[in-house]
Design a protein around this ligand. Structure first.
Ligand SMILES: [Zn+2]
Length: 287
């Protein structure tokens, strides 16, 4: 198939002719060149590709797989023999692609999801004095991740006072985060959906606001089965097993969400991007 002319002001579609090849050293491929006879624009099959002007194309899929399999950015850079900034750029590339693919997936579900579980997973921004919350929504019957949104929360428990002393008052953006999550999943979710969650006080009003016809069941929180593994519960039947299992998968496969790790999130927006990549991996490779 002959591509369209990349010149936005050029309306001609039938004036494209083939115009030789060039050899792309990066992945040892012969790339077809084209020429538009209408506007004299030269371009190639690579021009409109999502990997246009990429260096190190060969590692793209490896980066996607390993960033979703618990490998740190620095160790990945070391093992693939590239600079860590290359890995960071690849993460940004995959996050953008993952985002648009996730939007397509939600559109394709076309309000067919009728059973949703939601939960929040706590992580940190560099120090435990600056906690973050990842609000997660899944399709409960097959554990497809519908959305994951990062928001800032104030420190709690015995660290609250120390956090205020050292960093000042930390605003909570969790309500905005949950609003964003609800808006994002709306194309996939049926208006009369059945929601399940723990007893988080923000959930009922927000579910009611975005899905007025839905029903919501909340369950009290249970203790984790193994110390440090709060997601998998020590009870015979866990009604929230699907969402807890998905949270455990996130903790096991996103390096910066590991418990007792020295790899931590430095920027919440990069955690969001890493989550977007994992969500795409999870929904396409594991479901
Ligand atoms: Zn043209």
């Amino acid at each position: 198939m002959i591509p369209r002319c990349p010149n936005k002001n050029c309306s001609q579609t039938s004036s494209i002719i083939k115009s030789g090849f060039f050899f792309r050293k990066d992945d040892s491929k012969k790339i077809q060149r084209y020429r538009c006879q209408n506007c004299s624009k030269n371009f190639s099959r690579a021009t409109q590709s999502s990997t246009y002007r990429h260096k190190k194309r060969r590692i793209n899929s490896l980066v996607f797989k390993f960033l979703s399999s618990g490998v740190s950015q620095r160790r990945l850079a070391l093992n693939l023999g590239v600079h860590r900034l290359t890995i960071k750029r690849k993460l940004l590339f995959w996050a953008k692609l993952a985002n648009s693919e996730q939007k397509k997936l939600l559109q394709n579900l076309n309000q067919s999801v009728s059973f949703v579980q939601i939960d929040d997973l706590i992580t940190i921004e560099h120090t435990k004095l600056k906690p973050l919350s990842v609000s997660l929504a899944i399709k409960a019957d097959d554990r497809t991740i519908l959305g994951a949104v990062v928001s800032q929360i104030p420190a709690f428990g015995h660290l609250a006072e120390l956090s205020r002393k050292k960093y000042g008052r930390r605003k909570s953006t969790q309500k905005e985060g949950l609003n964003k999550l609800m808006e994002a999943i709306a194309p996939a979710v049926h208006p009369l959906t059945y929601f399940e969650s723990d007893e988080h006080q923000l959930y009922p009003p927000l579910i009611l606001k975005h899905f007025p016809g839905s029903s919501h069941q909340s369950y009290p929180s249970e203790r984790g089965a193994v110390t440090g593994q709060g997601e998998l519960k020590k009870i015979k039947f866990d009604p929230l097993f699907s969402i807890n299992h998905t949270c455990a998968m996130l903790r096991a496969n996103i390096n910066r969400l590991f418990r007792r790790t020295w790899c931590t999130t430095k920027l919440p927006e990069m955690l969001q991007k890493h989550l977007d990549v994992y969500v795409h991996f999870h929904n396409t490779q594991l479901i």
